[in-house]
Write a new protein. Structure first.
Length: 202
């Protein structure tokens, strides 16, 4: 019905924006009514539940989502790889009126080099903890997710100094959170020449 209304509106007014908006509303209602959510995301926390299940926290472009992965710990489960820490993929979730459950996942990246290097894993775990602390449900986290993935890629695929990568990540994250530092002048006197150091305290 909404699709026909959208098409009729477009034919009579020529307003393509109204047409697109009504289609989006229809698609949203389809998702709500079916209780299905398809989204890209990365696992930032996992814990065991019952004998073979997992409870996961997924960071998506629209905030964190807590969901259960039934049978993910079984040896032959198709969800075993997709529900591991730092697995990035496209997840199909369904809502059973109480919480989300993972139905399937197409894995995009597992950051294998991080898993085989303890030092890289340590830094990846640290930035993941930071991400977990500053994000919440129903929050626009698209840029934060993008920064997170880029940082994990740098840790995984390059030999750059890990402390440098961490520092760049922290400064960029502060900017995204609205705490952009002043680096082009002295915050005390306003001097712009001969700047020699940067102080987090000031």
């Amino acid at each position: 019905m909404l699709r026909q209304m959208a098409w009729n509106t477009f034919k009579h007014t020529g307003n393509v924006n109204t047409f697109i908006e009504l289609i989006e509303i229809e698609n949203t209602w389809k998702v709500i009514n079916m209780g299905i959510l398809k989204t890209k995301g990365i696992i930032i926390a996992e814990s065991n539940m019952n004998d073979f299940d997992k409870m996961l926290t997924i960071l998506t472009p629209n905030g964190k989502i807590g969901c259960a992965a039934k049978g993910a710990r079984r040896p032959k489960s198709v969800l075993m790889a997709a529900t591991q820490f730092l697995c990035f993929g496209e997840y199909m979730l369904y809502n059973n009126s109480q919480n989300y459950n993972i139905n399937s996942c197409d894995i995009i990246e597992i950051f294998y080099n991080i898993r085989t290097d303890f030092e890289k894993l340590k830094y990846a775990a640290l930035i993941t903890k930071i991400i977990n602390d500053v994000t919440d449900e129903n929050q626009n986290t698209y840029k934060i997710l993008q920064l997170f993935l880029n940082t994990l890629y740098m840790i995984s695929e390059t030999d750059k100094n890990l402390d440098l990568i961490l520092s760049i990540f922290e400064i960029k994250l502060l900017c995204l959170l609205g705490f952009m530092p002043v680096i082009d002048k002295c915050v005390n006197c306003g001097e712009k020449e001969e700047l020699k150091y940067f102080s987090l305290k000031d």
